[in-house]
Design a protein around this ligand. Structure first.
Ligand code: 3HC
Length: 329
């Protein structure tokens, strides 16, 4: 249970000669950069890949509320509390847009949540790490939301219309989230010695897990080739990870913090930083359910679902009563 172990291994990209006429037309539409809409014909694997990715993305938004929600009652000022509260609410909204986009593919939100609760669908590995102190909330906004945006900006151009449109608003809000995180880090990194140490400690613990968010190295990414051929993904995992490191290093220098990767170094020839990959054994262990917080996160989600049953029942009873009244008029 809670293992996030669903196997949906890619079957490889078909050559045009191996495609049916309908598949060739579909691919041509993608290649012309046209959007695919819910009622358009699409290959079963395209639909399944989108349900997997959008569903995982939606789950990440709502599981991602947990590590930050943990700090709402302990935010250091009323202003920080109000900002954090708004951010955590935004994440619920992101989940809502993404579940709705996923539902256009013929799967219901209840089915998606059921698969999450049964450990049959994944959510982002990052949310299986704890937020131990207030500086972690800064680092989550700066690094985790920063990594999320780096991945999601390109998804605004993804081939599936409802997903691309949902990403536009999500990206705008994520960019506010990233800035609020950086603002906390600036305060901590220029504060007392103890605050500076907390900021450095948060960076030390969250740097490598943030790099993991982009997924396994390209050579181990089972879905990238097909997802890029279908323009579900626009960039590879390694391309986006590199961009993230290049964007984040100058921000880290401005904060006066030290990268926990001692080998990180600007490489003039490639025009980017050389850096050490995260520990991929740890990444796969987290995906198998063995991260520091997997059990706690899933228990919290399942509890929220079970404890919310009376709200859902009440809303359904009200909706049915209203529909019956309208039908009787
Ligand atoms: N955490 C959990 N699972 C991951 C992962 C991660 N960081 N990275 C990859 N995986 C899983 C994949 O889902 C896949 O498993 P599956 O075959 O069982 O489904 C397997 O590892 C192999 O990886 P691939 O590279 O082949 O998989 P993808 O082509 O799907 O690429 C991805 C992975 C880049 C994460 C892609 O799915 C993607 O771009 N997803 C949309 C963005 C997303 O989900 N972001 C979540 C970030 S958190 C967030 O947005 C909340 C915000 O508030 C911070």
């Amino acid at each position: 249970m809670y293992a996030q172990m669903v196997k949906t291994a890619g079957t490889g990209v078909k050559k045009p000669s191996e495609m049916t006429a309908q598949e060739r037309d579909f691919q041509a539409k993608i290649d012309r950069n046209e959007k695919i809409e819910p009622k358009d014909w699409m290959p079963d694997d395209y639909r399944a890949t989108l349900i997997r990715q959008i569903g995982q993305h939606a789950h990440s938004e709502i599981v991602g509320q947990l590590p930050e929600g943990n700090w709402i009652t302990r935010a250091p000022t009323l202003e920080r509390k109000a900002i954090l509260l708004a951010k955590v609410q935004d994440e619920a909204g992101h989940g809502l847009y993404l579940y709705s986009a996923c539902e256009t593919l013929g799967v219901s939100r209840d089915e998606l949540l059921d698969m999450l609760h049964q450990g049959k669908m994944k959510y982002s590995s990052i949310f299986n790490y704890p937020t131990l102190n207030w500086a972690d909330i800064g680092a989550v906004g700066w690094l985790v939301d920063g990594a999320a945006i780096m991945n999601q900006v390109q998804l605004q151009k993804t081939s599936y219309g409802p997903y691309a449109r949902a990403m536009v608003r999500i990206c705008k809000e994520e960019s506010f989230h990233q800035r609020q995180g950086y603002s906390i880090m600036m305060k901590m990194a220029t504060g007392s010695k103890a605050q500076q140490a907390m900021a450095q400690d948060a960076l030390n613990r969250l740097w490598f897990p943030s790099l993991m968010m982009f997924g396994p190295p390209d050579k181990d990414s089972v879905h990238s080739a097909q997802s890029m051929a279908w323009r579900i993904k626009i960039n590879t995992n390694d391309e986006l990870r590199q961009r993230f490191v290049d964007q984040t290093m100058p921000q880290m220098e401005y904060l006066g913090l030290t990268c926990p990767d001692p080998s990180v170094k600007w490489n003039e020839d490639k025009g980017g930083y050389d850096y050490t990959d995260p520990d991929w054994d740890e990444f796969f262990a987290v995906l198998r359910g063995n991260g520091p917080c997997n059990t706690e996160r899933m228990a919290a989600r399942v509890d929220a679902w079970d404890n919310g049953a009376w709200v859902r029942d009440g809303l359904m009873a009200h909706a049915n009563k209203k529909a019956a009244r309208v039908a009787a008029e």
